[in-house]
Design a protein around this ligand. Structure first.
Ligand SMILES: Nc1ncnc2c1ncn2[C@@H]1O[C@H](COP(=O)(O)OP(=O)(O)OP(=O)(O)O)[C@@H](O)[C@H]1O
Length: 480
């Protein structure tokens, strides 16, 4: 074993090897870096970790991740990371065996996933999920020796159907190469299982390939990583996880489990009605958003909420007639929602007309929409963003502020955290015959009279619905 300079991280192994034909001490540190000396200069690689290694003849080839330097790197540019192979030649068979044992030990100690079930939604976003998976995701998983079982989704709710009955014990995690829609299906599928408690511990990884990608943006942005397929894949390979609040939306005995958001009014109308511009990718939200502001709608109705500590001054005190039917259910059939006794809570209310009512679980609603800047993944609360009335010009400027989350500072916006919520949606104020859309996680939850595609069936009716949150119920792969 060779000696290490004092400030270096502790070494797992340090031995003389051949690097580029020159004998030098090579050190593998506990942090997974490889250090050696070349032409009198100390060099380091694998700053972002080791993916795997192979023995080729006398050589050991280590597949590493390094910081992107802007230049060309073998393996190609991959977001803030680059893949780079590092070759070295141990000086004896014994030394090679020792190196391989230590590299194995190091990789095994990292707790990385070994087998993943991967959904690829060829329909999401700009329909490029298949290409993203083959070109950017699969090669990295292969380099990391992660076994994959790949399933393309063939129709809506296909992912949910599979997840409901799959043998979860065979996998370390589920990956969605998609937008947020498939993630929501996976969470709902897991929660509908009789063994939901165990199933929900299975981490879910997201690779951005939809038009919104709010969940993965919320995970990557706070740690300064770009919302790219590569950053997302590497986060999954590293295997760190975090828990995520799940909101139960119920109407009678019908339930939907939401992880991203619920919208009614302007945001829902833009999200759902802009579907016809799907070919534009995420630009569809801006283009149709402008159109919706010019012909602004307002809706009658009422919202009731249980404010989080510190937000008790919002709204007026109210009595909430909680829908008790929603508690009924056979526990053996799956998750039934939080045990919270909603009738015992201190409810408050706001009455319409409303331009927009928006509940958010995580900060980003889409890659360019910081909907709820203070939202936390597992604080047990939902962020509520309400707009009752707003001049059109101010509203246009507010839409541009969605990029950095400063819209919540507007005097036209109420921004608070809630523990539970009830929506009583009403008709449009300009035309009582027309009602709105209730959107949760990008899917239509309810369509009112004469709303967009109102002839198509939705899970719930355009009536009162209630929402409560279970803290940290689901598990996500996360960069930290
Ligand atoms: N083969 C398919 N054909 C049609 N729809 C599909 C198919 N596979 C999945 N879907 C449905 O596509 C919908 C949208 O998927 P996804 O969330 O991946 O993309 P997106 O809507 O573009 O992105 P985001 O949800 O982030 O805005 C989901 O509801 C899913 O059920």
């Amino acid at each position: 074993m060779d000696r290490q300079p004092e400030n270096d991280p502790p070494a797992i192994i340090s031995y003389r090897v051949l690097v580029n034909g020159v004998v030098t001490p090579l050190t593998l540190t506990v942090e997974g870096e490889l250090r050696w000396t070349e032409s009198g200069r100390r060099k380091t690689t694998a700053k972002k970790g080791i993916l795997s290694f192979v023995v080729e003849g006398n050589k050991v080839r280590v597949k590493t991740l390094v910081e992107r330097e802007g230049g060309i790197c073998c393996g190609g540019n991959v977001g803030d990371y680059a893949r780079k192979d590092f070759d070295f030649e141990p000086l004896s068979d014994e030394s090679r065996k020792l190196w391989c044992d230590k590299l194995h030990e190091h990789l095994d100690s990292l707790g990385r996933p070994k087998k993943l079930f991967v959904f690829v939604n060829p329909f999401g976003g700009k329909k490029s999920a298949r290409k993203i998976f083959v070109e950017e995701v699969k090669p990295l998983f292969e380099d990391a020796n992660i076994q994959l079982e790949i399933q393309e989704t063939k129709y809506q709710l296909h992912a949910k159907e599979i997840v409901r009955s799959m043998d979860v014990s065979k996998y370390d995690g589920i990956v969605c190469v998609s937008g947020d829609g498939v993630l929501v299906e996976v969470v709902n599928g897991l929660l509908e299982r009789a063994d939901w408690r165990t199933a929900l511990k299975l981490p879910i990884g997201m690779i951005p390939a939809g038009s919104g990608n709010g969940m993965i943006k919320s995970l990557l942005e706070p740690v300064g990583l770009p919302c790219s397929a590569t950053s997302a894949t590497i986060s999954i390979i590293r295997g760190s996880t975090r828990s995520l609040d799940v909101a139960t939306i119920s109407q009678g005995t019908t339930k939907f489990f939401s992880v991203l958001m619920l919208a009614w009014g302007l945001v829902a109308d833009i999200d759902i009605e802009s579907e016809k511009f799907r070919w534009m990718g995420s630009a569809r939200f801006d283009v149709y958003g402008l159109q919706r502001i010019i012909c602004l709608r307002q809706y009658n109705g009422r919202i009731l909420f249980v404010p989080a500590p510190g937000f008790e001054s919002y709204g007026q005190p109210a009595i909430c007639n909680v829908d008790k039917e929603s508690y009924v259910g056979d526990k053996a059939l799956g998750y039934q929602g939080p045990d919270t006794k909603l009738e015992d809570l201190d409810w408050r209310e706001m009455k319409g007309p409303f331009v927009s009512v928006w509940l958010h679980n995580v900060p980003w609603g889409a890659e360019n929409t910081l909907a709820a800047p203070d939202a936390k993944f597992s604080d047990g609360f939902l962020d509520l963003i309400v707009m009752k009335d707003c001049p059109k010009l101010a509203l246009m400027s507010l839409m541009t502020k969605l990029n950095d989350g400063t819209h919540v500072q507007s005097p036209y916006v109420s921004y608070l955290k809630v523990k539970a919520f009830v929506l009583e949606p009403g008709a449009r104020i300009d035309d009582q015959d027309k009602e709105g859309i209730i959107d949760s996680d990008g899917e239509v939850l309810a369509r009112g009279k004469r709303s967009y595609k109102c002839d198509q069936k939705a899970l719930m009716s355009y009536n009162k619905l209630q929402i409560s949150v279970d803290q940290g119920l689901a598990t996500l792969y996360s960069p930290e």
